[in-house]
Design a protein around this ligand. Structure first.
Ligand code: SF4
Length: 199
């Protein structure tokens, strides 16, 4: 089994699936052959809840325990709930990094199920309109995806104390337009540097 959890900075990251709702051509998993900072994040099979929990040890040791690997953890919503519950019961802080298409993927609103289990949800939005978003990210629901993600971030405010929209600073892409979307929704915005180097 390759890496299920890995430490980066003060945080622990959980890599529970390689499945994703987008096929971003810029995804660093292609560029770095599924490696990150010396770990191989390519999963031969998806880990069980027990295997993920065993890989965490003490969640209080970390600033945050973050669902974020080379895939979108919310595809495995049932497992995310079980693992997040275990972390919260032990005093840990939970963040989910997501592409924001989980409601469309599951064809239901999964956000109420995460109430009380998630401290921060970070929704990636690389595009400030449906056409641009579809072109940049190659999402599963094509041009419908942008509105789905905006709706998801807005709905998340009802169930999570902290909702953040993030955008990657690509050359030629105006992340400040995404900030305008976040401002309109009344959620935090954070721009992220484009990672050139695996370390
Ligand atoms: S959403 Fe993230 S993990 Fe999924 S393909 Fe895009 S960059 Fe990769």
């Amino acid at each position: 089994m390759n890496t299920i959890s890995y430490v980066f900075g003060d945080n622990l990251y959980l890599n529970i699936t390689n499945r994703c709702t987008m096929a971003c051509p810029y995804c660093i998993k292609h560029k770095w052959a599924n490696k990150f900072n010396g770990d191989n994040l390519k999963l031969e099979r998806e880990p069980s809840v027990k295997e993920v929990i065993e890989s965490i040890d003490d969640p209080k040791k970390y600033k945050e325990v973050i669902f974020c690997g080379y895939g979108d953890a919310l595809i495995r919503i049932w497992e995310v709930k079980e693992i997040a519950k275990w972390i919260k019961e032990r005093g840990g802080k939970v963040r989910i990094n997501t592409a924001g298409l989980a409601n469309a993927y599951h064809a239901k609103n999964i956000l109420p199920e995460l109430k009380g289990l998630v401290d921060v949800i970070s929704v990636s939005l690389n595009g400030s309109n449906p056409e641009e978003h579809n072109k940049i990210n190659n999402p599963m629901f094509k041009e419908k995806s942008f509105d789905e993600i905006v709706k998801f971030a807005s709905e998340a405010k009802k169930y999570m104390p902290d909702v953040v929209i993030t955008a990657v600073e690509f050359t030629g892409f105006d992340a400040s337009k995404v900030k305008e979307v976040a401002d309109k929704l009344g959620v935090r915005f954070r721009s992220r540097p484009y990672l050139d180097d695996e370390r």
